[in-house]
Design a protein around this ligand. Sequence first.
Ligand SMILES: [Zn+2]
Length: 445
Amino acid sequence: MPSTDNVMEKLVSLAKRRGFVFQSSEIYGGLGSVWDYGPLGVELKKNIKERWWRSMVHEREDIEGLDAAILMHPKVWEASGHVAGFTDPLVDCKHCKNRFRADDPRIKGTPGQPDAQCPACGSRGTLTAPRLFNLMFKTFLGPVEEAAAVVYLRPETAQGIYVNYLNVLQSSRQKIPFGIAQIGKAFRNEITPGNFIFRTREFEQMEMQFFVKPGTDQEWFEFWRNQRMQWLVGLGVRAEKLRWHQHTPDELAHYAKEAYDIQYEFPFGWQEFEGIHNRTDFDLSRHQEYSGKKLDYLDPATNERFVPYVVETSAGADRTALVVMLDAYSEEEVGGEKRVVLRFHPALAPLKAAVFPLVNKDGMPELARRLYDDLRRHYNVFYDDGGSIGRRYRRQDEAGTPFGITIDGQSTADGTVTVRDRDTLGQERVAADRLVSYLEGKLQG
Ligand SMILES: [Zn+2]
């Protein structure tokens, strides 16, 4: 295994070189903690999201999908507690104009007092007393920039689900218990962002809110904890790199009764990338109160009325992509040469196969092209005829492509090709016309 301190650096560099992730607006010097997904990255993230959607929505009869808008009525964020509570205490340096979290361990002394020292410029007595700063991005709806027109970019997707809970319940004819799943962008004006795509100001969430009868919430909470861990292990993430972290009373969000994070051992330490939360009836009750609309449920079996409890599973798509990339990253020696390989689960790999004519003559390119055209009607496949075959293999190892298909002299004679396995480096001869079904079997799971 490579040493941990520079794995992030290597991954960031590979991500840029191979087109997984680029810094936003790079030609202008970049935009702080905002990242763009390149050709391979967008495929990887899409595969993660599709797998999540399949397991949460398509494979379950008790969960429905939703795609709510990013902009919502500003009252939503008053009801949710984000206007009042979604804040960090911050201090400013009057000298260098830098801004820090009040609990930044680099600050010496007490902010607001003469003894406090700025961690950036070293000045003493220049730090202001802590002030609350809201993490929501604010903008204006319509042409007039006035207080009445303020709207926010949503800081979580969950609220779009809560305000649509009755719409979905009634239109889908679901009964409680049931869930609503959504994948979408959320925005937080983080003060201490960083670690590549781990903490970003614009990010994508994969959230599912499961509505249950009060009293059954604990049972469902355990159920969903189990399901989510199984799903992650099914992505090929090494189990020993995953662990649970239970929120202490200090860590619990204002809406939560109980919460567990799933943590991954990142090169920068154990950190959360998914959470399972028992949000009780907090959100629906608050929306009932703020909107004046009844959001309770009439149980047709018992004729009982209640406001459902909510068990939430909330995952970051970007953090999951980072986990998948880090977990797949491997350096090894092959025949005295170093190779870097991303051992993606085949279902997540951006490219499923690459097609290589051994040389650009003797009918090989024509056959390779035909095969490539056929394969890409089924999978995302890459064609590469540049450089030595060893070089071409290495490039695909770095992209995490599970299979390399080489068309050689024998191929034009008997219609077989070699299929090289990214992980075992084993090669097999397969009839070209059987290739689609051969890959189908290998890419399952
Ligand atoms: Zn300063």
